[in-house]
Design a protein around this ligand. Structure first.
Ligand code: RB5
Length: 150
């Protein structure tokens, strides 16, 4: 699977741990950051989100302090369904029900062991489709309505 990954300064340590562990077997492009110098998380979120929305990468992973800012920013990009998850069940359901294409973590919230487990489950869980497809289509329709208003 092709994966775009990015983090801010608060997510750097967790990103590096995932790259060395669970993400080794995947084709991953790292969109930064590469130092602990303070940055603005939306700048990284939009780069990863656009790489996924364009189809260049199948999935994305974004890490900041809580995962929340990254998810909020990434979800502004059309076609992105980003889910901030700190447990295996939510991550699994974000794939099964919501067809989430970006997973967000908080580097200050969870450790590398749990994060690796969440990534494994999230990458392998298929979208259930059916009635969930209809719901995802409604989210897509909302994006269209919003862009028509603007
Ligand atoms: C720092 O900018 C902090 O707000 C960020 O890492 C993240 O937690 C945002 O949601």
């Amino acid at each position: 699977m092709t994966i775009a990954i990015g983090c801010d300064h608060n997510g750097l340590a967790l990103k590096e741990a995932l790259l060395k562990d669970v993400l080794r077997e995947h084709r991953v492009r790292d969109f930064g950051v590469f130092t602990e110098e303070s940055v603005d998380y939306p700048d990284i979120a939009v780069a990863v989100a656009q790489a996924v929305a364009s189809g260049e990468y199948e999935r994305g992973i974004l890490i900041c302090g809580t995962g929340i800012g990254m998810a909020i920013a990434a979800n502004k990009v059309q076609g992105i369904r980003a889910a901030a998850c700190s447990d295996v069940y939510s991550a699994k359901m974000s794939r099964r029900d919501n067809d989430a294409n970006i997973l967000c973590f908080g580097g200050r919230v969870i450790g590398p062991g749990l994060a690796s487990e969440i990534v494994t489950v999230w990458l392998n869980e298929p979208f259930a489709g059916g009635r969930h497809q209809r719901r995802v289509e409604k989210i897509r329709a909302l994006e269209q309505t919003e862009s028509e208003i603007l």
